[in-house]
Write a protein that binds this ligand. Structure first.
Ligand SMILES: [Zn+2]
Length: 179
């Protein structure tokens, strides 16, 4: 490995720790003192992705990263969010330890991850990956998303969030009891 600044190749490890399925190392070049990070990952048996037309293509972390980055472009996500999502998907794929996997299965993993991160990114990714050819299909996806969101909202019977709403109810009740 050569330093991007001075091109010198000798570096020393100043810190190393386990992350997900790999090791993260902090290194420092002996020549100029600039620091950088390397990741070491177990490269298990090659995974092939089954494309829609049945062609097989070697799984590429970079390709996955680019696709998700595109969907998350200019979204208010903390630095490293996308890398972490890709890390998780890669770890999941390793756990499955299959020789090949349909691209749709990986797409679903991305969708699931994005759903919890950012709705706009989710819709962007879905529109490319699910190949929305007409607006109706896109609308269906958004509707599903919204109805899922509603079912996960706090159960009924909780105190109203808006104080005005609460006092209004009380006022109405008082009016009724006065009659
Ligand atoms: Zn250097």
């Amino acid at each position: 490995m050569n330093c991007p600044h001075c091109n010198y190749h000798d570096s020393r490890v100043i810190d190393s720790r386990d992350v997900n399925d790999g090791i993260r190392r902090r290194r420092q070049f002996l020549s100029c003192g600039s620091r950088f990070t390397t990741y070491e990952r177990l490269h298990s048996a090659v995974l092939f992705v089954i494309k829609k037309d049945e062609r097989r293509e070697e799984f590429s972390r970079d390709k996955l990263l680019v696709g998700i980055r595109k969907a998350c472009d200019k979204r208010p996500l903390p630095t490293g969010t996308v890398d972490k999502l890709v890390d998780n998907i890669e770890a999941e794929l390793n756990r499955l330890s299959k020789p090949e996997i349909p691209s749709a299965a990986i797409g679903d993993m991305v969708m699931e991850g994005l759903k919890n991160l950012d709705y706009i990114a989710y819709i962007r990714f879905a529109s490319v990956y699910r190949e929305f050819t007409d607006i109706t299909k896109l609308k269906q996806e958004v509707d599903t998303l919204v109805s899922n969101k509603e079912t996960t909202s706090p159960p009924a019977g909780q105190l109203p969030l808006l104080p005005a709403e609460a006092s209004g109810t009380v006022a109405k009740r008082r009016q009724r009891s006065q009659r």
